[in-house]
Design a binder for this molecule. Structure first.
Ligand code: ZN
Length: 279
């Protein structure tokens, strides 16, 4: 009897593993089509930020990219070694930008405090300014960021705590695109943290948890709400997007980081420039 039970358990596990991989792939493919990625002229710079999210996105994108031989994918990582398990089977270009986009959290914390700005948003602006520079150097047409629903939910919430209008980190339509700014895309926006963790386990991808420049209590609140009221995070993000669409006429794209803003340069970038952290 014991054997039968083991067989059934492992069968359930296999089905669960397959379901997780399929869910992630389906959601990433849907976002890819929404952001019009992998057009024949596309060269996508995928930032594998030192977070598990980036590894999941890279794992899927290197596979999907093979279906689009006319477009190109470059992975940019803080540490090339962490990608070895994902890219060794694929012929994909990897650039190590460790020193260039190294984030001085202490310094960013100090600036965030001094100017009363949300730290997560400030850190993302810093990263995006660097990515915009790198993308222009290599001739990339789009930047892909591994921000998912939980992280984006956090960033929106953080903005509200600081009294800023809530914004999603992606330009909405062609109307708010700019020729001189590389478009920022979020192919993982509809995937939750739990799914990301399960995916990595199922695929046997090793990763190291990194300390994030975010307020843990906000993350816990959001996780708690999502657990009690499944789907609340998605409807929250959808509502923010709807709000942004209402204000589309006044929306602009920051010329430094490429995120939506209502002025020419967003507040985070303005502060980073005046603090001489970026040019
Ligand atoms: Zn900006």
């Amino acid at each position: 009897m014991k054997g039968t039970r083991d067989y059934n358990t492992s069968n359930v596990e296999v089905r669960r593993s397959t379901a997780i991989i399929e869910e992630v792939e389906r959601k990433i493919r849907r976002a890819i089509s929404r952001f019009h990625m992998f057009t024949p002229i596309d060269h996508i710079l995928l930032c594998v930020y030192p977070l598990p999210h980036g590894l999941v996105l890279a794992d899927q994108m290197v596979k999907i990219e093979k279906e689009f031989p006319k477009s190109k994918l470059t992975l940019c990582s803080l540490n090339e070694k962490m990608l070895s398990s994902i890219v060794h089977n694929y012929d994909v270009e990897v650039i190590d930008v460790g020193e260039r986009i190294k984030i001085d959290i202490k310094e960013l914390e100090r600036i965030a405090e001094e100017y009363n700005l949300p730290l997560g948003s400030l850190t993302l602006a810093f990263l995006l300014i660097k990515l915009q520079e790198i993308a222009k150097e290599i001739g990339a047409t789009k930047i892909a960021l591994p921000l998912n629903a939980n992280l984006e939910g956090y960033l929106v919430f953080e903005r509200m705590i600081y009294g800023h209008i809530p914004l999603l980190d992606m330009p909405l339509s062609a109307k708010v695109e700019r020729r001189d700014v590389i478009r920022v895309t979020l192919p993982m926006i509809n995937i939750l943290n739990n799914t990301i963790k399960e995916y990595l386990k199922v695929r046997g991808i090793k990763y190291k948890e990194q300390k994030m420049p975010i307020k843990e209590y906000v993350v816990k609140w959001l996780d708690y709400f999502e657990e009690r009221y499944p789907g609340i995070l998605y409807s929250y993000l959808n509502n923010v997007e709807r709000l942004m669409r209402i204000n589309e006429e006044v929306m602009n794209v920051c010329i430094k980081c490429g995120r939506p803003t209502i002025s020419e340069v967003c507040e985070e970038c303005r502060v980073l420039i005046s603090a001489k952290l970026v040019k």
